[in-house]
Design a protein around this ligand. Structure first.
Ligand SMILES: [Mn+2]
Length: 307
């Protein structure tokens, strides 16, 4: 596995760097990507650093624009892939044009994406690994870089409420706080909903089904149209089931082009094996499946009950 020192050496050896992340980026994917870009720009001002991918997330104004350099630039750059567990989840496949790529990730190991990788599932988030890279390297941390990295840590730890929140994470956060960024500003920027979305979420709550210690939501394309919700908006609301007493596991099924996209969550019991059965994956307690058939939903619910 790559060490922080080796990652730093890769960065120092290359004058042009492009940073990639997973499709349907969340704040950890964007935070690690843009936080790392900001850190390299600040600490190696002579280097060219680019971000690749779209900017499709609720509250995108918090993020910087994506650079999406041309294929010629990518092919002569060091490509760094963050927060991505499998090859087909890298949003922009042009990293393959460069023979020079590394990965920094915290998902349970699924497959090799690059020849050189740091994959540390004990970290709360990819953003946390970027913070530790900065600490190990003695890099200066700007408030802007800290905002991105804090956003990633906050969202992947569900606002510091999961088991991976430990002493190591707080020491990393203490380092971030030295840059004097505003936690309050980041929280409001990434979590505030406009009143329209807030009202849609209220509607969605009335459709949650409860069975034993599980809760789940099934939304067909027709449901989305009636509620005027996009696929992305709906999927981002899975956590509305995350703080219900007695509910240990929860799931969301949202219809997409070729089936239902699935999000599975659990407070205690591992559920990633269910996702893997249907070609998905992710973390032990937070996994997803790209597409399942409508008739699979009841089986997945059954497996979730038994988990
Ligand atoms: Mn992540």
């Amino acid at each position: 596995m790559l060490t922080y020192k080796e990652i730093r050496e890769f960065i120092e050896r290359n004058d042009s760097i492009v940073i990639f992340r997973h499709i349907h980026g969340d704040y950890d994917a964007y935070g690690a990507q843009l936080g790392l870009k900001e850190l390299i720009k600040n600490n190696y001002p002579e280097k060219e650093v680019y971000s690749a991918g779209d900017r499709d997330i609720i509250n995108p104004d918090f993020l910087d624009d994506m650079d999406n350099p041309d294929v010629e630039t990518i092919s002569r750059s060091l490509c760094i892939i963050v927060d991505t567990s499998t090859r087909d989840r890298v949003e922009n496949k042009n990293y393959l044009l460069s023979g020079n790529s590394i990965r920094i990730d915290h998902h349970p190991y699924a497959e090799e994406i690059c020849k050189h990788e740091m994959v540390d599932p004990s970290a709360s988030s990819a953003s946390q690994l970027i913070v530790e890279l900065a600490m190990d390297s003695g890099w200066s941390m700007s408030a802007r870089a800290a905002e991105f990295l804090y956003a990633g840590i906050s969202s992947d730890t569900l606002k510091m409420t999961i088991d991976k929140v430990d002493e190591r994470l707080f020491l990393d956060l203490a380092f971030l706080m030295k840059s004097h960024f505003s936690v309050n500003k980041v929280n409001r920027a990434i979590y505030d909903q406009n009143t329209e979305l807030f009202n849609k979420e209220t509607q969605l709550r009335t459709r949650i089904r409860f069975e034993g210690d599980i809760a789940y939501l099934v939304l067909s394309d027709k449901d989305l149209k009636i509620m005027n919700l996009t696929y992305r908006e709906a999927k981002d609301m899975v956590n509305i089931m995350g703080n219900i007493a007695g509910i240990e596991k929860y799931a969301m099924f949202v219809e997409y082009e070729n089936g239902y996209g699935v999000s599975l969550r659990s407070h205690t019991h591992p559920i990633s094996w269910i996702a893997e059965k249907y070609g998905g994956g992710g973390h032990l307690n937070a996994s997803g499946i790209s597409a399942v058939k409508e008739e699979d939903i009841k089986y997945i619910v059954k497996l979730l009950k038994e988990a």
